[in-house]
Unconditional design. Structure first.
Length: 236
């Protein structure tokens, strides 16, 4: 009898526990919400979300997250810049998984501030600026532009592929720029710290290195380098 009672109590406890877990999971279930915002050509991710960018029309910003996180997330546009952030009074709150899907006709700048991840597919534009500040990641799978400026401040990373005749790259800290799949004619690169930059340059490379950072370049360009510290430019 005692064994039966113990078994019954255990079953009741487990049933209640499973029900509780189910309720918590349901409360965090992902919802989708389309955000109505003004036109923009620049995107900044300022939290730990994942942003997926597609160049195309019409413009659309759609957020996938729990209902609770949807209320916390801000998508605001000022002077043509879309900022994806968290309401100021809730910045100390831990967020669940948030994914933002963006379709935009024209892209001039992409930025990550913090620990988020921004990835773009095919991007075609006259000039593009990409930057990471913090530990975040930014990737552009196929870029076609005339002039590119890429920068990393902190431990984050930028990954680029495609072509840009002119490329200016800078790293401050321990971050990395992976652009060996991005074909350039000329490039200026500066590293302050222990960062790593990988490039593909056909004609000329100007490098300024302070610290232990390194540049690895393919394409057999002429190289003009100024170094202070143990950093070097390596042909690969």
């Amino acid at each position: 009898m005692k064994t039966l009672r113990l078994l019954s109590c255990t079953l009741v406890f487990l049933t209640g526990l499973l029900f509780s877990v189910h309720l918590r999971a349901a409360g965090r279930a992902a919802d989708r919400e389309v955000r109505e915002v003004a036109a923009f050509t620049e995107i900044t991710l300022a939290n730990s979300a994942t942003v997926v960018v597609t160049q195309g029309s019409p413009q659309k910003v759609e957020v996938e997250a729990s209902a609770e996180d949807l209320r916390r997330l801000e998508t605001t546009v000022s002077n043509g810049k879309l900022r994806i952030g968290i309401k100021s009074e809730l910045r100390s709150v831990n967020l669940g998984k948030i994914t933002v899907y963006i379709t935009v006709p024209e892209i001039n700048a992409l930025a990550v501030s913090g620990s988020g991840f921004l990835k773009a597919g095919s991007v075609k534009t006259n000039a593009l600026q990409v930057s990471v500040s913090g530990s975040g990641r930014l990737e552009v799978a196929q870029l076609q532009t005339t002039e590119l400026n890429s920068s990393v401040s902190g431990s984050g990373s930028v990954s680029l592929a495609g072509s840009s005749p002119r490329h200016s790259a800078s790293i401050s800290g321990s971050g990395s720029i992976k652009a060996n799949d991005l074909r350039s004619e000329t490039c200026q690169v500066s590293i302050s710290g222990s960062g790593t930059c990988r490039l593909n340059v056909a004609r000329s490379l100007d490098a300024s290195l302070r610290g232990s950072g390194n540049v690895y370049v393919t394409g057999n360009p002429t190289i003009n380098s100024k170094t202070t510290g143990s950093g070097r430019v390596h042909r690969s």
